[in-house]
Design a protein around this ligand. Structure first.
Ligand SMILES: [Zn+2]
Length: 179
């Protein structure tokens, strides 16, 4: 159904079926839609297992070119739990990163599902936009503790679709982004 890990389904099988020398003009125009699967681990954040899964499920419901799947042993996005300093992620924005969920920030009233989904958004390539409304996931802490929206809006979903449309699974330089 979907590619595993770094694997990508190519159109090779179709391409080689074309007669030798037929040229690009007769080759299949487009491969079937491809999905890149990014594995995440939540074992390091035992207090937020359900919230992390829900945040990932919200992304999976919003986009189809990339899929988040829990897999502790093959994870390239790894959740951790910390007790101060604020939630953040260190990621290359290409499906590789560490996510740190801060229990004290949750204690202040910030919604852990929204935090998890927001940090996943960074790992899928989105930047912060703190001035945005609660309907935006990447507005993060901006709208305050009353904001519990953990679902990307249409623009955020479209951006992630665009980024992953032709594969986005390269290893890049990691940067830190906070909730
Ligand atoms: Zn952020």
């Amino acid at each position: 159904m979907h590619a595993r890990g770094f694997g990508r389904i190519a159109a090779l099988a179709l391409a080689v079926a074309a007669p030798l020398g037929a040229g690009l003009a007769t080759a299949p125009v487009a491969a079937a839609a491809e999905t890149t699967t990014v594995y995440y681990s939540s074992a390091g954040a035992p207090d937020y297992l359900e919230q992390i899964d829900q945040g990932a499920a919200n992304w999976n419901a919003a986009v189809s070119d990339v899929k988040l799947e829990k897999n502790d042993s093959d994870a390239t996005v790894v959740f951790h739990e910390i007790d101060s300093g604020g939630s953040y992620t260190n990621t290359d924005g290409h499906g590789n990163g560490d996510i740190y969920l801060d229990t004290s920030q949750v204690g202040e009233g910030f919604d852990p599902t929204r935090i998890a989904a927001h940090e996943l958004g960074h790992n899928l390539g989105l930047p912060d936009h703190y001035d945005g409304p609660c309907t935006e996931l990447m507005s993060g802490h901006g709208p305050g503790t009353s904001c519990t929206n953990a679902t990307p809006d249409a623009d955020e979903s479209a951006k992630v679709q665009q980024l992953w449309e032709n594969g986005f699974r390269v290893e890049g330089a990691r940067v830190t982004a906070v909730y």
